[in-house]
Every structure is written in C-alpha cells, then in structure tokens.
Design a protein around this ligand. Structure first.
Ligand SMILES: [Zn+2]
Length: 120
C-alpha cells in the first residue's frame, strides 16, 4: 500500500463525499459541477474507470424523496396548510436538496467503486 493510499474504505468513502480523490484525498475528482477530471492531479489515479452512471441520481431521489414526503405529510397532519403553500415550500426544497446532494453522492459512489475494484 502506497503512503497516500486510503487506510480503509470508510476513509475513501468520506473522501469521496467531500468530492476528493478516494486514494489520496488531496485533489478534487471534479472539474465542474458533475464533470469528473481525467485523473487525480496529486496521485494520478485515473477517474474514468470510476463511472457512477445513474447511482448518484438514484440515491439523491431516494434521500430527498424520503425527506420531502415525510415533511409534507407531517406538515399536512399538524398544520393543514393550503395546497399552494405546500407547493411553495416543498418544490423549492426538493430542487435545492437535489442540486446540493447530487455532486457529493456522485463522489461517494465513485469512492465505493474505487474501493470495490469494480469496473465501471
Ligand atoms: Zn489522488
């Protein structure tokens, strides 16, 4: 194991959650919002084989859906707000949470693929 190698899969996972290289944790895996860099600028790990495909979107929808639906139902049962108010609250919340979570979940999925040695 090289000196910059992740000591465990949890270390690599949390590096991925921070959008950093899962092997060294020094450089970003991304050169844009969701566009991955060709390779790590520090340890030269190629990122192209770590293809996450649809998994980050799936996990984003899963997490945001549970938060929004449970929040909507709790608000409805406790306060009975008008429908326009539910829409005014939960549509922007859904958009903001999805846009915020997606790049971090993509990094986490790429780190898991790196740890599992799976081929993308
Ligand atoms: Zn690296």
């Amino acid at each position: 194991m090289a000196s910059h190698e992740a000591s465990s899969w949890t270390t690599a996972f949390f590096r991925g959650c921070r959008r950093k290289c899962p092997r060294c944790g020094k450089a970003s895996m991304f050169r844009g919002y969701l566009t991955i860099a060709d390779a790590c600028t520090h340890c030269e790990l190629p990122f192209e084989p770590l293809r996450a495909d649809d998994a980050p979107a799936y996990f984003t929808i899963f997490i945001v859906g549970h938060i929004v639906v449970s929040g909507l139902l709790m608000l409805e049962s406790f306060a009975h707000p008008p429908y326009w108010m539910q829409l005014a609250i939960w549509l922007p919340a859904t958009l903001i949470m999805s846009v915020t979570l997606l790049p971090y979940l993509k990094g986490a999925v790429m780190a898991v693929i790196y740890c599992s040695n799976a081929k993308g």
